[in-house]
Design a protein around this ligand. Structure first.
Ligand code: WT7
Length: 647
């Protein structure tokens, strides 16, 4: 008989020595208090931050009707002070804050806390010299280089709101985000390096700025030295400005509830939402979850492989680790350059203790072969992390055995751009882990599973994951669109925050995330709104209608499958399909590249004209169309042609 795989993985006695919370009882006691007495609980934890004044009347205030809430409002602090100055004062000045590992293996740079503070103050003064004031938005379109971290901390220092646009996004995506937030200053670079290749950045910025925006100043980091066009009066070089700037810049005293940053993310509408995070609650959430998810201990080297262009990079490369006084590693390159062993070469080189990555990367590494891992000494690793999508139990076991040497617990951290920090995650030392489960809620989080109609699900049944009450790092609003915020998160199931994800809870109360229940597709852990891709397709002259659905993908988790109908006068051809793919890449970005485009005569629709995506999902996924419930369709006969034409 085949051996049943192990289903529970308790932490070892060795691991427990580093665990901040080393028993279920300790977790449960703190958790229960966080739910029964959130104000007392978080009010005490607020001491983990340094404040100019703790002038709040109420730790938490919630106006349910308006879907507005505050944490520590009236308290004054500065995020950059909490990430830098206080550590420099408290004995960490000579400790590595940021290790930059470049695309080329032999180039790296390390910033101690004192050095990082020095650079951040200078750049804060550069921003001031360009007229940036408290509350102004600064758009940031930079590759993974230290200047990106310096820039964000400098914004935080002077109270400016940063809005990072992932450097892989297209000109159009950049344009929409820059215009929506009304940034007058944009920080970018000439280009970037990835896998030994040059990536164009400034060219895309120039193209974007041919259109009307509020941008008056562009600050350009020289990374590649490529020949680029600099516009006089508008574009300046980072280095020239830094050379003129004073290294002393006092911190702005910010209210706990002032906005720290915007980060755009995709949802079920065609337009990305500028998710708004504030100062204190966000920082506290990022710092505490960072500490507990990875049991970070002073002296550890911590590496999160995300890009700072996403929330994972904001919270777990930058703010969480630095608030905790940790050493955070930032990697510019890709896993397969110069060879498939690059990640492990980095772990071995820096003796990385904590390694945090995404299932899509883990699946890729598994496919590449164990020999790349076995070549390197990974015994420094103590704890592993996973984020971005559900991790398959088999992949989990492989990660545990081969990368972690059967020694390292895995923190499968579930959260979202909007939640600011982890909300469901295993505390690695507190209880045994189950491969594939994100396990239990973090402090202050009350998860509930409900059916589509709002009724509670039974144990083990899949439902929609909702959370009872706001927690400190929860997004406060959507930039310029509070209505959208209300409708998307708090009004779908009144009184609850709706995550958009499905999940089930087992008999032990452990949570298994099953994926999005809305029209959001997760490609390599990146959220892509079906509506955004549809809007891009429809903007092409040949397309009449488009419907975009996910299909399973071995490495990326999901891939994009699109159905389109053409306008009169256009015919299906290989060139046209290629053109449509290029068009989507240009409009949204390469991450949204459709895997398949199926041109059809007609889409399945209801009597009221709504496209029935549920059916298209099944067809795209390989169904024969026989078991479909087509009763809602005007014309069930369209199914046959769709199945027949499947690519
Ligand atoms: C969506 C949020 C913040 C993490 C990076 C992506 C999915 C995230 C997990 C996990 C299962 C996960 C959800 C969520 N997701 N982590 N550990 N297990 N699913 O941030 O772009 O805001 O996407 O990613 O579907 O809603 P994001």
């Amino acid at each position: 008989m085949a051996k049943q795989p192990k289903t529970e993985y308790p932490p070892s006695a060795e691991y427990l020595k580093r665990a901040h919370i080393d028993s279920y009882e300790k977790y449960k006691k703190a958790y229960d208090r966080s739910i029964k007495d959130p104000e007392g609980f978080w009010g005490e934890l607020a001491d983990e931050l340094d404040w100019y004044s703790k002038g709040w009347d109420k730790v938490f205030h919630w106006d349910k009707k308006e879907c507005r809430f505050t944490w520590f409002k009236g308290g004054k602090l500065n995020v950059s002070y909490n990430c830098l100055d206080r550590h420099v004062k408290n004995g960490l000045k000579n400790t590595a804050a940021l290790i930059f590992e470049a695309d080329e293996p032999d180039q790296s740079r390390t910033y101690t806390y004192a050095q990082l503070l020095y650079e951040v103050q200078r750049f804060a003064n550069v921003l001031k010299s360009k007229g940036v004031k408290r509350g102004d938005r600064v758009a940031v379109y930079l590759p993974m280089i230290p200047e990106l971290a310096i820039c964000l901390l400098a914004c935080a220092r002077i109270g400016a709101i940063h809005s990072v646009v992932f450097s892989g996004f297209s000109t159009d995506s950049l344009y929409n985000r820059v215009v929506d937030c009304g940034a007058r200053v944009l920080v970018t670079s000439d280009g970037g390096f990835r896998g030994g290749r040059h990536i164009d950045i400034k060219g895309k910025v120039n193209e974007m700025l041919e259109r009307e925006t509020d941008v008056e100043t562009v600050i350009v980091v020289k990374r590649t030295g490529t020949d680029i066009v600099m516009e006089e009066d508008r574009d300046v070089w980072w280095d020239d400005e830094m050379a003129k700037a004073s290294p002393v810049c006092p911190c702005e005293e910010m209210d706990a509830e002032d906005t720290l940053f915007l980060l755009y993310t995709s949802g079920s509408t065609g337009k990305p939402k500028g998710v708004v995070h504030t100062q204190a609650g966000y920082l506290l959430g990022a710092m505490l979850t960072f500490r507990h998810a990875f049991d970070y201990r002073p002296g550890d080297i911590y590496w999160c492989t995300a890009d700072i262009g996403w929330i994972t990079g904001h919270s777990y490369i930058l703010y969480g680790p630095l608030a905790e006084g940790a050493t955070t590693l930032m990697f510019e390159g890709v896993p397969n350059y110069p060879d498939n062993g690059r990640m492990w070469e980095i772990v071995e080189k820096w003796k990385v203790d904590v390694f945090y990555t995404a299932p899509t990367a883990i699946r890729m590494m598994r496919k590449t072969g164990d020999e790349w891992i076995l070549k390197h000494d990974l015994t420094s690793l103590k704890v592993l992390g996973s984020v971005g999508e559900p991790i398959d139990p088999d992949v989990w076991r492989w990660y545990y055995e081969v990368v972690g040497g059967g020694r390292c617990p895995i923190s499968d951290t579930y959260w979202q751009t909007e939640t600011g920090s982890h909300i469901i995650l295993p505390l690695p030392g507190a209880y045994p882990q189950k491969p594939g489960s994100a396990m239990k809620p973090f402090f202050g989080i009350e998860p509930t599973l409900i059916n589509e109609d709002g009724s509670p699900t039974k144990t083990g049944e899949q439902g929609r994951l909702v959370l009872k009450k706001p927690w400190p790092s929860c997004a406060r609003t959507v930039w310029n669109d509070h209505q959208m915020y209300r409708q998307t998160y708090w009004e779908v199931y009144p009184g609850y925050y709706f995550t958009g994800d499905g999940a089930r809870m087992d008999e032990d109360g452990d949570i298994w995330i099953t994926g999005r229940v809305d029209d959001v597709i997760s490609v390599a852990g990146h959220r892509i709104g079906a509506a955004e891709v549809e809007a891009a397709l429809i903007s092409h002259k040949s397309v009449a209608e488009a419907a975009v659905v996910p299909i399973p993908d071995e490495i990326k988790g999901e891939a994009i499958y699109t159905f389109v109908t053409l306008k009169q006068g256009f015919e299906e051809s290989e060139e046209l399909v290629k053109e449509l793919i290029t068009h989507v890449r240009k409009e949204v970005g390469p991450i949204a590249t459709p895997k398949t485009i199926q041109v059809v005569d007609e889409l399945p629709k209801t009597r009221s004209g709504k496209i029935v995506r549920r059916i298209l999902r099944k067809i795209a996924g390989g169904g024969d169309g026989k078991d479909l419930d087509t009763s809602a369709l005007v014309d069930p006969n369209v199914i046959g042609a769709l199945v027949k034409g499947r690519k």
